[in-house]
Ligand binder design. Structure first.
Ligand code: ADP
Length: 169
């Protein structure tokens, strides 16, 4: 898989699958979640309510992932919603699950490209260095016959520099 590290807004990135750092309720939130819901509009929240009622009555567990339609966001095929660990109270290993489960869902949906934000590095407090180390480890151990490109989207230049540094070591 080709790995691209870019700075930007994930709602503007072109990829078959766009990953959301979702709230466990699936009902939207701030950061990436807020931006994705704002762009996708009310149909996304309707699908999320249906998912809650039918499949996840207690919400998504940390590290779990689920797909929805993309509702026109950059002609993506799907959105993948995954819940990151809270740095100060959860097991950081769950961050690996977020990435692995999202990659699996992308493959199941025949996605050739997938864009990730730096899950759990905003409101959930994971240092960007730790995020980069974990994502590097996951991607270097993950082989896919379907996914050709993984796009890691960092919101700031500083975060992108940290990712670039760790991925070149
Ligand atoms: P979490 O609750 O999992 O920490 P956040 O959305 O608060 O999720 O933050 C995750 C990361 O996404 C942070 O590094 C934040 O700067 C970044 N971010 C926020 N908005 C966007 C966006 N529109 N596109 C890409 N990254 C974003």
């Amino acid at each position: 898989m080709k790995i691209s590290i870019i700075q930007g807004d994930i709602t503007k990135v072109k990829a078959d699958a766009i990953v959301n750092a979702a709230h466990h309720t699936l009902m939207g939130g701030g950061g990436v979640d807020g931006a994705i819901h704002k762009n996708a509009g009310s149909e996304l929240i309707e699908e999320c309510i249906k998912l809650r009622n039918e499949e996840f009555p207690h919400g998504l567990n940390t590290g779990e992932a689920v797909a929805t339609k993309s509702y026109g966001i950059n002609q993506a095929k799907i959105l993948i919603h995954t819940v990151g660990p809270r740095y100060y109270s959860d097991d950081l290993n769950k961050l690996k699950d977020c990435y692995i489960n999202s990659l699996k869902i992308a493959e199941e949906n025949d996605c050739k490209s997938i864009a990730f934000p730096a899950i759990a590095t905003g409101a959930y407090g994971t240092p960007i260095e730790k995020s980069a180390e974990i994502v590097k480890e996951v991607l270097s151990n993950y082989n896919s016959k379907i996914i050709e490109e993984v796009i890691l989207v960092l919101f700031t230049e500083e975060d992108k520099e940290v990712y670039n540094k760790i991925f070149t070591i």
